[in-house]
Design a protein around this ligand. Structure first.
Ligand code: NAD
Length: 449
């Protein structure tokens, strides 16, 4: 099929490359001219496993442009993958999405063949209906229909999640479901040759194709993220309790996670969730509930627990050092999780700010995001790509992102480098055998080890 993807961010580029991989001819559009120029030159705007090689492999079926008219002329399906960032009050900012839709509809005016306008961005319930009203207002309803196709990929595994999904959710009318079924058929049937660096995960269940209304698809996406966020906040509250009663949250997660009604995923205690989705989407769902006269109490608690959880690292540090003034603290990892260079809503930045506010000398390291981070970090922060330099003479190391490079750190070497080998593990991720020689503190792992 001829497909156009509007927006070439994490979702749009992953979608475009994956659709080209399963045989479609894909045109990607962005308003960011530099991004398009870079993509034309083969320069990736994001860090994602397997992206560059798959991009190269499908290059003949991938087109890039800043021109909507050129992009939608032959498109049977136009997919919107535009950012919907949170406003101050938590409501999602839909202005970029509406701007893009206006551009698309303006360019569709003279087109005689049918077009399915598919929204992949995470949006409040009713947005699809607003888009259909826009289509109608331009007299395009006979040829343009609207569908919702929420995205569930995880950054860091974006391509694998897209090629091997658990479910594909489509909202709208049966004609739209049919077109999207055809679009995704190779993924639904898993009929394609696996890319060598993106192997099929083991034990994959058949892909579920879930057809619902526009409104259920839109709300379902928020429900999925809010539920996962709830699991994280729940286990973090258990961790905080564990620290007070001398139990180990890893044992607790094992006990509850083996119950198939609960499931073991998302029960890793730590400093909470970050990134471009969970914080924004939980706040957006809360806003949607509020705007519809519903007090979503559980969600308020999930959000509040996560807001404060990152500072448990600082609390633990304070109980060891008492006073941070003039003391060097190494912060390991800046991105909100490993495998991505995304710094949106990462807990590392508030942690760095809190350390600086208490007079600490802060040194940071990250294997991929240092350059991106420089403009976000206060000038006094020592940012180095040399891990040993970051740890040299530090009185504590705070593990914020569980990048493999940190999990391979040798306790013996840390003892030599650091003034005090105090290692506070915000992700409970350092393997037990690497904790020897360190003053190791986890989150909810009971009494000091
Ligand atoms: P992003 O910020 O990485 O990318 C958005 C892209 O849209 C940018 O390249 C931007 O330049 C472009 N853009 C903005 N206005 C435009 C316009 N008028 N015309 C053309 N391009 C325009 O965002 P993202 O992370 O890919 O997220 C996109 C949507 O998908 C959001 O609603 C997000 O909540 C949702 N989502 C994201 C993820 C994720 O992991 N990132 C997962 C699931 C869902």
């Amino acid at each position: 099929m001829n497909v156009t993807v509007i927006g070439t961010g994490y979702v749009g580029l992953t979608t475009g490359v994956s659709l080209a991989f399963i045989g479609h001819s894909v045109t990607c559009v962005d308003i960011d001219e530099r991004k398009i120029e870079n993509l034309l030159a083969g320069v990736m705007p994001i860090h994602e496993h397997g992206l560059e090689s798959l991009f190269e492999a499908v290059r003949p079926r991938l087109h890039f442009t800043v021109s909507y008219a050129e992009a939608v002329r032959n498109a049977e399906v136009v997919i919107l993958a535009i950012g919907t960032p949170a406003r101050e009050d938590g409501s999602p900012n839909l202005s970029y999405l509406h701007e893009a839709v206006d551009q698309v509809l303006g360019s569709l005016a003279g087109k005689l063949t049918p077009t399915l306008l598919v929204n992949k961005s995470t949006v409040p319930v009713g947005t699809g209906d607003r888009l259909a009203e826009k289509v109608a207002a331009r007299g395009l309803s006979a040829r343009v229909s609207v569908a919702s196709n929420p995205e569930f990929l995880r950054q860091g595994r974006a391509l694998s999640d897209t090629l091997y999904p658990e479910r594909i959710v489509v909202g709208g009318k049966p004609e739209g479901w049919r077109t999207l079924r055809e679009l995704y058929l190779p993924l639904l049937e898993q009929k394609f040759e696996e890319p060598f660096d993106l192997p099929r995960p083991r034990g994959l269940a058949p892909v579920k194709f879930i057809t619902v209304t526009l409104r259920s698809a839109e709300l379902g996406k928020y429900a999925a993220n809010a539920y996962l966020a709830m699991k994280i906040s729940f286990i973090n509250e258990m961790a905080n309790l564990c620290d007070r009663v001398g139990a180990d949250v890893i044992d607790i997660a094992g006990i509850i996670g083996t119950d198939t009604r609960i499931g073991g995923a998302f029960l890793q205690a730590g400093i909470g969730y970050g990134g471009s989705c969970f914080p924004k989407d939980t706040r957006a769902l809360h806003y949607i509930a509020d705007a519809n006269g519903y007090d979503f109490k559980l969600l308020s608690a999930v959000i509040e627990v996560n807001r404060s959880q990152k500072f448990t690292l600082i609390d633990k540090l304070r109980s060891e050092l008492i006073d941070f003034r003039g003391r060097k603290i190494a912060v390991l990892g800046l991105t909100f999780k490993p495998g991505t260079d995304d710094l949106r809503e990462t807990p590392s930045l508030p942690i760095v700010e809190a350390l600086l506010a208490e007079g600490a000398v802060v040194a940071v390291h990250d294997p991929v995001a240092l350059d991106k981070a420089r403009s976000l970090l206060p000038a006094s922060v020592q940012a180095s790509s040399d891990l040993e330099e970051t740890l040299q003479d530090a009185e504590a190391a705070l593990l914020v992102t569980e990048w493999p490079i940190y999990l391979a750190l040798d306790g013996h070497r840390l003892r030599e480098l650091m003034k005090r080998p105090l290692f506070i593990d915000g992700r409970n991720a350092l393997p037990p055998e690497r904790r020897i020689h360190l003053d190791y503190r986890g989150i909810g792992t009971g009494a000091a080890e």
